[in-house]
Design a protein around this ligand. Structure first.
Ligand SMILES: Cc1cc2nc3c(=O)[nH]c(=O)nc-3n(C[C@H](O)[C@H](O)[C@H](O)COP(=O)(O)OP(=O)(O)OC[C@H]3O[C@@H](n4cnc5c(N)ncnc54)[C@H](O)[C@@H]3O)c2cc1C
Length: 468
């Protein structure tokens, strides 16, 4: 089911008395159209998304989630679940129906002795990193500090610690969930193990996650930052990056990118994080800093929590976003040549093409061990089109699609669910779950047989259920 199909819903208007009863059952607030709070709450990171839920339940705790799920079931409402609101597909918000908004759930507790952290589902990566770093600890999280922990972790979770410590989902110890029946469960390696498997890569298909517990690792000062090269070295930069990453130790995660400076100058760039001994890191990163030579070398020792904010200025909320992405088996010169040729004609200077290097600890987990499937693909390539002016939407979307059509033969069909746009169609969604799709359908049949949670990259249940 594509997001476009999901949005095609017709609902009877809700009786005011029912709405009042829902409101009275909440510790948090019920937001309705026509209020300033509602207008703010329905906005998500991607300004392309402009949807109006009938109701927004701004949850203050698990009880509110349970009430919201029961209310949605009783009234057959479309349900959207919002964590950090960052997903470019905009599935955190629906037209009509009910948005279960977890953004105010901000509790975080670090257990420094056990090296674990428990965080509520409204926490963003910058908030989690801030608390963990107070104890010299950290875990794999997204590269922009305003991204929600919930959606990112449920989809897998790529980040600069992944080659050393695995994906965000690989560090999850337990997840609290409210299921489609309004039942509260904890999923872990010891309880509800099939659900725990599915939640680590299967996205928001199985219930509303209310809290996450992660394993932490010692992470203090890292050696990292950006190195910028002239545009005319882009081809050499990719060739260098291919060799550099082929022999990278697990402590090193490096991304390559085509970007445009604030002055409008096209550049090629490599972003690196070495999370290990600084002396060893200096030696490992030396070739990167000598290649070129670079136009600017911003690599230095810095707290991990600061490195994690490097890209925040490039991804402010409120820009129009359209992304295309694929996992790559290899970073062929053919694919990178296509990227360079296309980037030279990108309609927006805010757009970037980014290649992330996976492997390491990510690839040492089996493809069937968690729902996140594509563990043997060492690279993910993403064209992240960003622009400000809505009249430029068609030009930017067309450019992004053309680029991906051109490089598709080189990339294959494997894709990261969290990087899918909303219009990609069912085959691409299936490709995101890869060989785990059938098992995910079976878990969906158990926990959400009527597909209450379908505002996502949807795994359709295959069971026939009689409603009522
Ligand atoms: C600027 C930017 C940078 C990014 N960088 C990275 C990166 O470095 N690494 C990476 O892996 N990804 C990255 N992403 C992608 C990111 O993982 C997804 O956008 C992810 O969905 C964001 O999570 P969220 O909670 O903010 O999303 P939301 O938009 O709130 O939610 C997206 C979907 O996740 C599900 N969901 C969210 N919360 C819950 C919950 N509590 N319970 C059940 N389902 C829920 C729902 O289906 C929802 O529709 C980035 C995205 C952006 C825009």
């Amino acid at each position: 089911m594509s997001t476009a199909e999901i949005l095609d819903t017709t609902e009877e208007p809700l009786e005011p008395a029912k709405i009042r009863r829902l409101e009275a059952s909440l510790r948090g607030s019920l937001l309705q159209p026509g209020t300033v709070a509602y207008e703010a709450a329905r906005r998500v990171h991607n300004a392309m998304i402009d949807r109006r839920p009938s109701l927004i339940v701004r949850c203050a705790g698990v009880s509110d989630v349970v009430h919201a799920v029961h209310f949605a079931r009783e009234n057959e409402l479309l349900v959207a679940v919002r964590g950090g609101g960052h997903n470019v597909a905009g599935t955190a918000v629906c037209d009509g129906g009910i948005m279960i908004d977890l953004s105010q759930l901000k509790g975080i507790r670090v257990d420094p002795a056990d090296r674990t952290i428990r965080a509520d589902a409204g926490v963003r990566w910058g908030e989690l990193d801030h608390e963990a770093q107070a104890f010299g600890l950290g875990t794999t999280g997204g590269a922009v500090s305003t991204t929600g922990i919930a959606g990112l972790t449920l989809g897998g979770g790529l980040g600069v610690l992944m080659r050393k410590h695995g994906l965000a989902c690989d560090n999850v110890l337990s997840i609290d969930v409210v299921t489609a029946d309004g039942v509260f469960l904890t999923a872990s390696a010891a309880e509800n193990v099939d659900l725990f498997w599915a939640l680590r890569g299967g996205g928001g298909n199985f219930g509303v996650a209310t809290a996450f517990e992660y394993r932490l690792h010692p992470v203090g000062t890292v050696l990292g930052g950006l190195v910028l090269y002239p545009w005319d070295r882009a081809r050499d930069m990719f060739a260098f990056y291919r060799d550099f990453t082929a022999t990278a130790p697990d402590e090193l995660t490096a991304y390559a990118a085509l970007v445009t400076s604030p002055e409008g100058v096209r550049l090629s760039a490599i972003f690196a994080c070495y999370a290990g001994s600084l002396a060893v890191g200096e030696a490992v990163l030396r070739p990167l800093r000598e290649f070129g030579p670079p136009m600017a070398d911003l690599i230095c020792p810095m707290p991990y929590v600061d490195l994690q904010k490097t890209f925040d200025p490039t991804a402010p909320p409120g820009l129009l976003n359209y992304w295309k992405s694929s996992f790559l088996q290899e970073l062929s010169a053919d694919a990178t040549d296509q990227m360079i040729a296309a980037y030279a004609t990108a309609p927006s200077s805010l757009t970037s093409i980014v290649v992330e290097h996976l492997g390491g600890a990510v690839s040492r987990v089996g493809e069937g061990e968690t729902a996140f499937n594509h563990r043997t693909r060492p690279y993910a390539a993403t064209a992240a089109s960003l622009w400000r002016d809505v009249t430029q939407s068609e030009a930017n979307i067309t450019w992004t699609r053309r680029l991906w059509d051109a490089i598709c033969p080189a990339t294959g069909d494997a894709v990261y669910a969290n990087y899918l746009s909303g219009d990609e169609g069912e085959l691409r969604v299936r490709a995101a779950y890869g060989s785990n799709y059938e098992r995910l359908v079976s878990v969906k049949n158990t926990y959400d047989p009527t597909n209450v949670f379908r505002m996502n990259h949807n795994i359709k249940p295959s069971v026939e259920v009689t409603l009522g």
